[in-house]
Design a protein. Sequence first.
Length: 318
Amino acid sequence: MASTSITTAFVKQYGSTLDLLTQTMGGKFKGTHLEESIVGEEKYYDQLGSVIASEVAARYSDSPESDITHERRRVTAQAYDVGLMLDKFDKVEMLINPESEYVQQQVTALMRKYDIEFLKGLFGVAHTGKTGGVQVNLDADNKIVNGGTGLTIDKIAQAREIMETNGVDLSDPLNKPYLAVSPRALQNLLTNTTVASIDYNNVKSLVNGDLNTFFGFEIIKSNQLPFVDDTVATNEVANLDWSDTTDLPEAAAGTASLRGCVAYTRSAVRQVTNPQIMTEISKRDDKRFNYYAYSCMRTGAVRMEEKKVVQIGVDETA
């Protein structure tokens, strides 16, 4: 007679690792701008404007006394940290050592904050003047309004034209041009590009990830690009608020589907970081000698020149 209690001995098998759930990854903008360290609360950058030469009108005339502009920009760093307890009893019951995965998730969280600080510097107010008391916004001349359309080739071409008209030398390695777009905006670009167009295959390759350059721009895809407020039709303003729970951008006033894509050059933004991402794992005697994983970082960014940044309004539902 067959045993009726054999099922008691059945074994359940569990994975030996922790699978990480889908999340927005940070670090999308690292290497695309000027990155430095900072000592102290603030850091200042002195800038020198251009000077105009004049024709010599007469022999033995007085020496010229030309004028040149001196400017300054201020950047302030914001501290971020994250910590997780590693309970010894949980480790035993899980049959998995989660320490490395915990630390990996903490670093990913800080890299999202790194990108957010970069975007605040890129889209937001730049502080200028001797002590940084003068606020400079990205003005309407450096913004392409959504116009009820998604991302189009015409908008990309216009962004490049604006930069070059501003005198930006895009052949200079310090002025390497980048174009940051949301995944939906890039998909719209493919949808709005005629199949017969010579650009269609290039755009399709961008969407598929097989190509990362288009119209002279290196393309960066990010879910963290801010939404824009179109209540002032001629000057769409980026809403620089991100969710505390997802690090994704909050909706702006006005039309909810308007995203701020952006073209910029490598020297358009300086980002300072100190300390870089730092991680510690130690036993805490106040927590029954369980391990505690801690990660921290301090970073901030400032736009150095408005002429090197072009905000592109995109209606993601178009």
